[in-house]
Design a protein around this ligand. Sequence first.
Ligand code: SRM
Ligand code: SF4
Length: 556
Amino acid sequence: MSYIGPFTEEQKQYLAERVRTAYPFLGQNAAGQFTNDPEEDVYGTPVDDLCKEELIKYKQNGLDCWDTMCVNAAKDIFPDPDDMFRYKFYGMFHVKPAQDSFMLRCRIPGGQMNSLQFRGMAEMAADWGGNYTDITTRGNFQIREIMPRNVVNTLNKLTDLGLTSRGAGADNVRNVTATPTSGFDPQELIDVMPLARSMHHYIMNNRDLYGMPRKFNICFDSGGAVSTCADTNDIGFYAIEAGEEAGVEPGVYFRMQLCGITGHRQLASDCGVLLRPDECVPVAAAILRVFIENGDRTNRKKARLKYIVDDWGHAKLLEKVQEKLAFPLRFAELEKCAEMPIKDRQGHFGVHQQKQAGLNYVGVVTTVGRLLPGQMHAIADLADKYGKGDIRLTAWQNLIIPHIKDEDIPAFLDDLKAIGFSHTTTNVSGGLVACTGSEGCKLGAAATKSQSRLLAKYIEERVTLDCPLNIHLTGCPNSCAQHYIGDIGLQGAPCKVNGETVDGYHIVLGGGVDDNRAIAKDVFQSIPFTEVPDLIVRMLQVYLEKHEANEDFCAF
Ligand code: SRM
Ligand code: SF4
């Protein structure tokens, strides 16, 4: 089913004419001069010193490429390299040579969707994409294989669905994540979905927040059972109980952890601040603005928040943040707050009771996040029939359907099975996470998605584990699937076998997040993929033979 396009010849001409006449009012005039104020520097960095990407943004704000996109869509052509970068401000990534087309990355705060949006996403993938979607490691959706002619159709429909992709790529705050069971998790201390949504809308509506030196990640953890890997974010807010011992009115507060960036082998660390829920968004906004004003605009590799804090320490950062706030930051030692609740490593799949009596949420297995449009329609139908049309995406690349009555669970599970899904999985497949890899990503050194499935099957046929195991496959050092937090982490690395280059991996062991936090250690280098499954099986067999009772793989 088509939504708007494809354009007729007449429409294409109309659009081209409309855009041509509108163009002089945009960022770049006919003589190629820029309409930005000709400042000599960008937040203190002389224009001559700006790195390539900063210069592109300096010439024209990425948000101002909409007309260019309309013209290019009408002509069905790809943009020039500068605009190719600006398209990412609308979540459109050109992924050549892996695929000569665009990938759309959306933003779905807290991974919360309704069934209408889910069906709409399926329609877009069918009409204008490659007929499949991927759930990402930020509980979000990507659609691939979008041709230039369909870029604007896709973005328009996304907005009509009540979703957006603004700032999903380039130097912007990425999808704001939150505990996916927010609002119904019996273990949660507070429903963080409203906070994730406020943060999202704050970012969307402040144009200065699209001017960061680099990407930025924010996450809210409710204290609920399902991890959302908050300590891998630039800002991870963790709900916690605190009272007199911490010098505060008893209640639920947030600890603020800063500078998680696992590709640089760093988890976020507590900065000593204790925030009331209503203080989180302003404080995050102040940090974003300090980052904007002080981040490195000359060297992309050093442009993340981590490098400001490495230089300044938490104290100086927080001083600068305080200058931007209308209320004082509250400090309290972490030890004087209550313990953070423990996560359930299998909480993202299976049937679980909600805090609302008589209702349940069911985690559905969607191995490494790939879905077909027909499957998405079927899932949306089930969410409507048994739940309230609410569907949640997780950082574990699966989905959760909440609000199912006790008495409906058997019928729901039968229907789920009938459409080809399950709520149960093995200790291996349940913790499998894989980035896009070389099948779609130009930086991928290995076909992570398909190899993850082969790997899980190989292990499951040979080993039965007595504890959950997280295996994360990431196609390159960027760590999009967070291999350093896996019990077993695989990082794509090309290998030579008989003079031929083949897919291979470096293998790291012993990572974790939240109550299990650790950066995995390098153990094996450049193992061809053909040898990886057997190597892992042998490691797991040793673990099964030798581990003590209650000693999981990570502790072993
Ligand atoms: Fe990522 C770049 C895919 C989560 C660290 N990431 C990319 C690009 C855009 C490659 C590129 O530059 O052309 C990948 C697009 C592949 C494609 O075509 O699908 C890509 N990243 C992904 C996704 C789709 C992996 C997945 O399969 O789920 C995730 C999308 C999340 C979302 O919905 O927004 C994704 N990437 C992450 C994460 C995890 C997270 O954010 O929670 C990280 C590690 C945390 C961090 O921020 O560093 C991550 N991606 C990177 C980096 C390294 C950044 C750095 O400063 O070290 C890059 C490279 C870059 O930005 O230049 C990168
Ligand atoms: Fe691409 Fe590397 Fe990220 Fe995988 S880890 S999606 S290969 S950039």
